[in-house]
Design a binder for this molecule. Structure first.
Ligand SMILES: Nc1ncnc2c1ncn2[C@@H]1O[C@H](COP(=O)(O)OP(=O)(O)O)[C@@H](O)[C@H]1O
Ligand code: SF4
Ligand SMILES: [Mg+2]
Length: 360
């Protein structure tokens, strides 16, 4: 660990899923869902993680919590490599790292009353002494905007927004340092989304939580994040602090993605960049830079040389040959966004089904 403020450090993480075929389930290939991802998150801070559907965001979130096995790389949580921990140590670590999913309904047991859903793991991990248990669960529920009488109700009696509050309370009750929020508001009605985002922000301040906030909604990510990572086909192609990346995106993919963010001022027009072609399969990704099949700046070397992460100052990392010293490019990626073929609408369309309202 490089400093005390770093809570999570991910180094060259890989997670491949085997592709099996035939009666005997022979392994015929690998889905490289996460293919060498590195980043870190400071205590009490939020890292936003964006990228098209299927690029590996959820797999990153699950693997850093050791909900998946890993294929390669390391994950340090509070200085400890979590894949090196034995079962007993991992059990002790579990409460400190929690996850909230997109669909609050499917992650809640329909047969348990809410007090039990929130309290079950509190008891199991002995978060508080038995005589304080009831008060503790009540306090956590209230912090999440729920009432004490909700303890005896069942998940189906709640709206979508309240169900997400239950999920948040269940995670918070374990007194975590870190929560992976995987599209936590995407399934909620737009009017409810802001309430849940506000709740997450309030809880972060009060309990000094760090978040990995996964979302396809760039406006939400812009609002909530301190740092932002952009994924493409299993790789982190750009990482920087929020203001830096939104004002000065470097990677052609990030530029395309960010061109989809609506500008509130109707007199200002942004050149939307539509990416041509669909995202290639992570089972058979393009050679060299995986983005070369869709990038208007692609050079010959992009087809064969894998770009490495370059630090362009202040921790602004980008993996693109345009920023190598020997890029050989005559094009100026900073200036001619209009020369891209627009991608933003396609990105929106691909994610449209995720924002369909689910009345809260
Ligand atoms: N359990 C699994 N088994 C096989 N393939 C998986 C599994 N989970 C995810 N994948 C594949 O890994 C890739 C990344 O998926 P995911 O992490 O869910 O992406 P995202 O969250 O960005 O939409 C996809 O191609 C997906 O089909
Ligand atoms: S490395 Fe080449 S193909 Fe990849 S994003 Fe940069 S310019 Fe485009
Ligand atoms: Mg996902």
């Amino acid at each position: 660990m490089n400093d005390n403020n770093t809570m999570l450090e991910v180094k060259n993480l890989q997670k491949f899923f085997p592709i099996k075929s035939g009666f005997f389930g022979r392994v015929v290939g690998q889905v490289k869902a996460v293919d060498g991802v590195s980043f870190s998150i400071e205590r009490g801070k939020t890292m936003g993680l964006v990228g098209e559907s299927g690029c590996g965001k959820t797999t990153v979130g699950k693997t850093i919590l050791r909900l998946n096995s890993k294929t390669g790389g390391e994950v340090y949580f509070n200085g400890k490599e979590i894949f090196g921990l034995g079962n007993a140590e991992m059990l002790k670590m579990r409460p400190h790292m929690q996850i909230i999913f997109q669909d609050p309904y499917s992650s809640l047991s329909p047969r348990l009353p809410v007090g039990e859903i929130i309290g079950e793991a509190v008891r199991e991990h002995q978060i508080v002494p038995p005589n304080e248990f009831d008060d503790y669960v009540t306090r956590i529920m209230q912090a999440c905007g729920l009432q004490e009488y909700h303890k005896d109700r069942y998940p189906h009696e709640f709206s979508g927004g309240q169900r997400q509050r239950i999920c948040i309370a269940r995670a918070l009750a374990l007194n975590p340092d870190f929560v992976v929020c995987d599209e936590p508001v995407s399934a909620l009605d737009v009017s409810i989304q802001a309430q849940i985002i506000n709740l997450l922000e309030d809880l972060q301040k009060e309990f000094n939580l760090a978040y990995l906030f996964i979302s396809h909604d760039l406006s939400v990510v812009q609002h909530i994040s301190d740092t932002v990572g952009v994924m493409y086909l299993g790789n982190l192609v750009e990482f920087a602090n929020k203001d830096e990346i939104f004002s000065n995106p470097l990677h052609p993919y990030t530029k395309a993605l960010f061109s989809a963010i609506p500008i509130p001022d109707p007199t200002v027009r942004r050149n939307r960049i539509i990416l041509e072609g669909s995202i290639p399969s992570p089972a058979n990704p393009p050679s060299g830079c995986k983005f070369h099949t869709r990038c208007t700046y692609a050079m010959e070397r992009c087809k064969v040389e894998v770009p490495v992460q370059l630090d362009k100052g202040n921790g602004h990392m980008v993996a693109c040959h345009l920023y190598d010293d020997n890029s050989g490019s005559e094009k100026q990626p900073e200036t001619d966004e209009a020369s891209f073929r627009a991608i933003g609408e396609q990105y929106d369309k691909a994610n449209e089904n995720k924002t369909e309202s689910n009345p809260a």
